[in-house]
Every structure is written in C-alpha cells, then in structure tokens.
Design a binder for this molecule. Sequence first.
Ligand SMILES: [Zn+2]
Length: 138
Amino acid sequence: MSDCMPCDLENAADERVVYRDDTWACEVPEGYEVPGWFVLRLRRHAEGWHEPTAEELAGFGPVAKRIVAALQQATGAVGTYFMSFGENYKHFHFLLTARPADLAPEHRGGAIVGTRAENLDVDAALAVAAEARRLLAA
Ligand SMILES: [Zn+2]
C-alpha cells in the first residue's frame, strides 16, 4: 500500500475491476462498496489536470462515455454523478456514482458522498461491477 489510493487500485482483486486498458482503469475501491460507485482513474500516477499528457486526456472522453453508459445500464439509475475533488488524492481520478431516482433532495449533488457509510453493500456493489464489466466487454 502506498499513500495514493488510486495507485493502489493497480492491485485490486479481479472482482473489483470494471474496466482496464493500457491507460485507464475503473474499479470499486475497498471502503467504497456502494452499488453503482466506481473510481475511474489514469493508471499511472499523474496529478491534477496539468500532469496527464494531451494524448492521455484525448482518450479520456471516449472511455468516460462508455463507463457512464455501462454504469447507468447496470444500475438503472437516472443519472451519473462524475466527481473530482483532488483533495485526498491528487492522482487524476474521478468518483462516479449512480444517481438513484429516489435520492433524497438533501443528498443530491456532492452531498451524495456523505451517504457512503449507510449504503455500503459489498455483494451488491461487486454485482454491479460485474454487470458493468460484462457490458464493457461486449
Ligand atoms: Zn497515484
């Protein structure tokens, strides 16, 4: 384990991996097992928006589009939140969360992050990851 969670996801168990290519990866991190919550990240450690190369960033849009589509199809959510704070980890990464239709008004937007502990469900989160992985491989 390093002090960079997105880097440590290189060692994630197969069941936590939603998507990987040579540049990008998407997984369910330990402690974030909420159904429909994924972390999309650059596989190498690069910080903020200034360190990824133009080539890497050019590939980001198409990958993000496919993962959001798979996440929504796998969950039936009405939307996907796509969040980047760069606060705890400067590594270029995003927290993607399904936006359920019945999400309480006080939990909408960035406030959804605060619902993590009460919605942890490892089995259900890994089942969503498996379905998204299947959709992305199809
Ligand atoms: Zn890193």
